[in-house]
Design a protein around this ligand. Structure first.
Ligand code: DGJ
Length: 738
């Protein structure tokens, strides 16, 4: 709900439990007023009359200084401005006394309606249509006091998900060139306090690691300096008053940036206890010329508030993404088989059909051929960029394999790495200039590959045409879209704009394919979970979360992932008993338990398994299918927030009508002589009676919702002495109303 107090020029955006407010002062500055909780029953405005920004605690030591919603460089000296730019003079030179490095944004008007300009990264293939409804958006127009440089601040409260969406559009309405040096997508102010922040960091095979720290006085930066959102940090952060909140309790503010390229989140905790956070594209190489008449939209920022700790805010992100970001995406996520770890580059038609047959027998619904099916790609060192079916591997094209897979009742999927080229490829031999490089400087290969210059439209056209030729020839329902290197050096025909152009080109290419092939689903992969972000989620309904498929590692990686994204987008594979990344062995049961928490896949070499083992795989896939609707469409709660590091991890998924729930429990380490903890459930009806059954072992009992939610139960029974499963025992409880 949007409330506008026209007389006092005050704006309130309400979700069920959150308030965001700003107002215009006498000097026409748009001031931040509040970001806080509110009661769901509050229908009307929270502020009954004009609220003076000076009374607000955010003003900290500087009560006479307003905190602008969008602060120009000229209005802000000591702190980080939202926008830095130079308005060039008649000599059109940046380093000139004529260039004005001063921006003072003043309120001009407001509008409540449809968002007339989309944010950067908005999908164009018909999803997210609900975001453009009349009356959804508050648009606040600001303009520089002496040059017609206009900034429109777009904000939309999503009531049900308790989420505020927000972005900026900068428009040069004057006659001079403007060099935008950097613009944050959003600068958010928090109430004055000392804060602790939680964010997600990591690396290849170690993504989504949770980091909690009390913020030091000063600036703390997390970022990506890549053409992907990256695995080093995730563009999401949670803030809590230091020491007064935790994982599942206390006031929590959280923000997320929806962008698939380089980005930065800069947290500014000042000595006076004021706190701001800036989110947007990375200031590195950020400057660009905005010519007269041109405009640029920022990526989308999501902001939320919860009284239930980080997990409360995380559940808002999950619910928002399921309802909004994934709106229009297919809800069915088939059980996937991927042949990568079974065959690597050793592909053949007969070999793939043999694997597909076994995959279908154990219950897989989608068969994906990974790297190696195209061009001269018999190893990592050749073929990228040549997206035609390799006659050496598939002499009659992909049709015999695709037909066989479809006849077995499965969907068919293919791996692509569209942004890359091997120097040993037809494409590179023909167009050596089509890669990121600087003239007369060495080209730097990684994994024997170079990055194509997506700043050149003809490069994107060429890749699109090649992909279309493959996808037109055989029905392909799934693409695994990989991206495996960082951009050094970033030399492009687009100059410094390549950071944005590349991301736009990837988004547009995906949008084109999704529109052309309505049944297509895309999985985003970047050396594992290196390109998992909300702008990708609007196109790729699932993420390859990590190349690390070790079950215990995966539980931990997934715990971090689910702080930002829904489990229906979290792809997880069961792989070999002897893990290829960590060298550890885990039981099949434990491997399934970790993979069942999201979108189940299988990556084991099925040819190496006995019939008895294949029978076990089949049993677990059947078990998963019984609860898949809850895992994908239900609400995730993490009861008592046990995590792998606590020795016990428990995730509960519940149907919207509260009649059915699935509890996945893993006892990671069991100290002999100690009884594993009780787990209390959530989201059930207090008075309803439920039957509770452990799906593998058959133990069953009955209890009321109140009993299960307040008293809880022993979901990981005390193990007998000398039980080999002291490390890693999983339990699968189904709870249904009777
Ligand atoms: C990296 C991915 O993370 C793997 O799953 C696999 O697809 C390889 N690329 C193929 O080259």
């Amino acid at each position: 709900m949007i409330h506008v107090n026209k007389e006092d020029r005050q704006f309130e955006l309400h979700t069920r439990n959150m308030l965001y407010a700003c107002s215009v002062d006498d000097a026409n500055r748009l001031n931040f007023l509040a970001w806080s909780g509110k009661s769901p029953s509050q229908d009307g405005p929270v502020f009954s009359s004009r609220r003076d920004f000076r009374l607000h605690e955010c003003a900290a030591q500087d009560p006479d200084k307003p905190v602008d919603e969008v602060c120009g460089y000229g209005d802000e000296g000591a702190r980080e401005p939202a926008i830095r730019l130079s308005i060039l003079g008649t000599d059109n030179a940046v380093h000139s006394t004529e260039a004005i490095r001063d921006l003072r944004l003043r309120y001009v008007s407001y509008q409540v309606g449809k968002a007339d300009v989309p944010h950067a990264g908005a999908p164009t293939h018909g999803r997210q249509t609900r975001q453009t409804r009349e009356g959804d958006w508050l648009m606040l127009t600001l303009e520089d006091a002496s040059y017609p440089l206009r900034v429109v601040l777009y904000m939309r409260p999503d009531e049900d998900a308790d989420m505020l969406e927000r972005y900026l559009v900068i428009e040069n309405r004057g006659g001079r060139n403007v060099v935008v040096e950097h613009a944050w997508a959003a600068s958010l102010t928090l109430p004055v306090d000392r804060y602790q922040a939680t964010h997600l960091c990591g690396a290849w095979i170690a993504e989504f690691e949770q980091q909690r720290q009390v913020l030091p006085v000063g600036s703390t930066v997390i970022e990506s300096r890549s053409l992907t959102s990256g695995s080093r940090h995730q563009p999401v952060v949670f803030f809590q008053p230091a020491g007064r909140a935790g994982r599942s309790h206390g006031v929590t503010y959280a923000a997320q940036l929806a962008w698939s390229g380089n980005w930065r989140i800069q947290m500014e905790q000042r000595h006076d206890r004021s706190m701001r956070v800036h989110l947007g594209e990375n200031p590195m190489d950020a400057d660009f010329v905005l010519s007269p008449g041109e405009s640029q939209a920022s990526p989308l920022v999501l902001a939320t508030y919860s009284r239930d700790g980080e997990e409360g805010a995380a559940s808002h992100f999950r619910s928002y993404h399921s309802r909004c970001t994934l709106a229009g995406a297919p809800t069915r996520r088939p059980v996937l088989y991927n042949s990568w770890e079974a065959t690597y580059f050793d592909l053949s038609l007969d070999g793939q059909i043999a694997l597909a047959r076994k995959a279908a027998e154990i219950g897989c619904e989608l068969f994906v051929v990974d790297d190696g099916w195209f061009g001269a790609r018999r190893s990592e060192s050749a073929g990228l960029g040549d997206w035609y079916v390799s006659p050496d591997v598939f002499p009659d094209g992909l049709k015999p394999l695709s037909d066989a897979v479809h006849d077995m009742g499965m969907d068919f999927g293919l791996w692509f790495e569209p942004e890359m080229v091997n120097p040993d490829s037809d494409l590179y031999r023909k167009h050596p200039d089509w890669v990121l490089h600087f003239p007369d400087r060495p080209r730097v290969e990684a994994r024997h590959q170079l990055i194509l210059d997506f700043g050149r439209p003809e490069v994107v056209d060429c890749i699109r045409e090649q992909m279309v030729a493959v996808l037109d020839a055989v029905p392909v329902e799934f693409i695994k879209w990989d991206m495996n290197r960082t951009p050094n050096p970033p030399g492009s025909i687009a100059g410094k704009r390549i950071w944005r152009r590349h991301v736009e080109a990837v988004h547009q290419l995906m949008d084109y394919l999704l529109k052309r092939y309505p049944r297509l689903q895309i999985q985003s992969c970047s050396s594992g979970g290196g390109r998992a972000d909300a702008a990708m989620l609007a196109r790729c309904c699932q993420f390859w979360t990590s190349d690390n498929t070790d079950a215990i590692e995966r539980f931990r990686i997934q715990e971090g992932f689910a702080l930002a994204y829904p489990t229906e987008a979290m792809e997880c594979w069961v792989t070999h008993e002897h893990n290829h990344q960590t060298g550890r062995n885990h039981s099949l049961s434990l491997r399934f338990a970790s993979s069942m928490r999201g979108v189940l896949g299988v990556g084991s070499s099925l040819n190496e398994l006995s019939d008895q083992e294949l029978g076990e795989y089949k049993k677990y896939i059947e078990l998963y299918k019984r609860v898949r609707h809850l895992i994908h469409q239900g609400k995730l709660n993490r009861p008592s927030l046990y995590e792998v590091s606590d020795g016990l991890s428990a995730w509960q998924y519940t149907a919207e009508d509260q009649r059915e729930s699935y509890l996945s429990v893993v006892l990671v380490t069991h100290t002999p002589g100690q009884t594993p903890s009780h787990v209390t459930l959530s989201e059930l009806e207090e008075t309803a009676r439920y039957r509770v059954q452990e799906m593998l072992r058959g133990d069953t009992f009955e209890a009321t919702g109140a009993e299960l939610m307040h008293v809880g139960f022993q979901c990981a029974p005390m193990l007998e002495k000398h039980t080999p499963s002291y490390v890693g025992t999983d339990y699968h409880w189904l709870i249904w109303a009777i």
